[in-house]
Write a protein of this length. Structure first.
Length: 501
């Protein structure tokens, strides 16, 4: 198991510092390196992750490099491997633990979140450790076993509150496939669950006062559910082979559950555990979204269930050939995850480099939504060029919706910049370039920067360059700017001169 852990660590380390900060990671990058009394101001990013932000801020006392900030996720994922192997060996012969670990490592999602400065790799480790603790102690009915499980569940809830649906998983296994006494196992889970809720009640109360989460979860439709289920093992649904590896992993897990169930005894209990661990979290969170509009149809919220695919697949992996198939299908996605855009967002590093070009070095940078966090995370100096953004953690800057044209902030922007770069955070098809009407979020700003010059489809986002009337560009300058922008990546960036520019 040590060899497997080290192998997994080496795989995750490969290219772990290469991808640009993603939208999800940007909040982490924005809160590190600040005095602890200021870190609490990051509550506005997502209060549910405040314990993680505090931990990563302490970790950043050593270094604030991308590699160092991503290292806890890398180490946590590597540590999950021997824990998963030990868990699998409780239900199968020891070689099955090796298969479970290899399958887990081959899943692109393992690489995706095993390289991100987010809490999901830690939740995978703690969730797997909690399941192993319960499986090991399920025949032990003393308070020591209850407290061991409770501590792990409390840590899990602090890392990601939604991951506590794991209690429902353990309860289901105790009821449907007990190894000893159904009543005693059920009582043990309920006892640990109640203690966990009591311990976390203050935390839950604070979260209820200011819930954030993902503000735009997908609608609850069969198609969206299928897409998110494929994201669970595939991480990102690109390149084209990514959905195939998602299908292969889920089918393999389903086959493993059937095989384990047919064997009876301990394998049957393991099959129920794997099935419950895979099905209950998505089902429970989707029901929560349907009932209360709480974000639930989001695959990364189910990441703590990913080890269940390894556990379930181990029952069906009678030959290494199946692993080879999964590995080959997942290879393109594994390589994509380790690329500059591997964490699901594209073009951030190119954009920050582009904004340093002489033609745009003095331009205001105006972005829609929280994209500014990603840009500042990849290039902190850009904060000085974003005059109208909301940044609640470090400085409480002004949001465009608050800074109306009559405000001091808006007048200061109008008098300080002749050129503006507008980034519309509404993905468009790469087959078309945006037009002036696409930039509806910047109605007020466009009254200042009234001369559209260039419109670009920048990695699927609308990017516009506009000037004040007194600083309008000549046709030759527009053509030069188009050439500079397009050269960033001719396959992903298309630009045209704006009508009337």
């Amino acid at each position: 198991m040590t060899v497997l852990a080290l192998t997994g660590l080496a795989l995750l380390l490969a290219g772990s510092w290469r991808p640009a900060w993603s939208r999800d990671e940007s909040a982490t990058a924005m809160v590190v390196g600040r005095p602890l009394h200021q870190v609490w101001r990051s509550w506005a990013f997502d209060p549910a992750l405040e314990p993680f932000y505090l931990l990563v801020n302490l970790w950043a006392e050593v270094s604030m490099s991308e590699f160092w900030l991503r290292l806890p996720a890398i180490l946590a994922t590597a540590a999950t491997l021997p824990v998963l192997a030990a868990l699998t060996s409780r239900f199968c012969a020891p070689p099955a633990g090796v298969f479970a670990v290899l399958l887990f490592v081959l899943l692109p999602t393992t690489s995706r979140y095993g390289q991100e400065a987010r809490p999901y790799a830690l939740t995978m480790l703690v969730a797997t450790a909690a399941v192993l603790s319960w499986v090991t102690d399920r025949a032990v009915h003393g308070w020591a076993a209850t407290l061991r499980l409770t501590v792990l569940l409390v840590v899990l809830g602090l890392l990601h509150a939604y991951a506590l649906v794991l209690v429902l998983v353990l309860l289901t296994v105790a009821l449907l496939a007990p190894e000893t006494n159904r009543r005693q196992e059920t009582v043990a889970v309920l006892r640990a669950g109640v203690l966990t809720v009591v311990a976390l009640t203050p935390f839950f109360w604070v979260l209820s006062q200011d819930p954030v989460g993902d503000p735009n979860p997908a609608d609850l439709t069969p198609v969206n559910l299928a897409v998110e289920l494929l994201r669970l093992p595939a991480g990102v649904l690109r390149p084209p082979a990514a959905p195939l590896v998602g299908v292969a992993a889920l089918v393999l897990a389903a086959c493993g559950v059937v095989v384990g169930w047919r064997r009876g005894g301990r394998p049957r209990s393991g099959a129920v555990l794997a099935a419950s661990w895979l099905v209950i979290p998505p089902a429970a969170l989707c029901l929560g979204q349907a009932a209360r509009d709480a974000p639930g149809l989001i695959a990364r919220y189910w990441t703590h269930s990913l080890p269940a695919i390894g556990l379930a697949g181990a029952f069906a992996l009678q030959a290494a050939a199946i692993l080879v198939v999964v590995g080959i299908l997942g290879l393109p996605t594994q390589l994509a995850i380790r690329s500059a855009h591997g964490h699901g967002d594209r073009g951030w590093r190119q954009l920050t480099a582009l904004l340093k070009q002489p033609e745009l070095s003095g331009a205001a940078v105006l972005v829609e939504g929280s994209v500014y966090r990603v840009l500042v995370a990849n290039e902190p100096g850009l904060a000085n060029r974003m005059p109208l953004v909301l940044d609640p953690a470090p400085s409480g800057r002004i949001h465009p919706a608050i800074a109306r044209p009559a405000s001091v902030q808006f007048r200061a922007m109008a008098s300080s910049y002749d050129v503006a770069v507008l980034l519309q955070n509404r993905q468009i098809l790469l087959t078309r370039t945006p037009h002036d009407g696409d930039f509806v979020a910047f109605r007020a700003e466009r009254k200042v920067f009234s001369r559209p010059a260039v419109m670009c489809n920048f990695f699927g986002d609308g990017l516009g360059i506009a000037t004040t009337s007194s600083a309008r560009l000549t046709p030759a300058e527009v053509e030069h700017l188009i050439r500079v922008l397009t050269e960033v990546d001719p396959q992903q960036v298309q630009c045209v001169a704006a009508e009337g520019g």
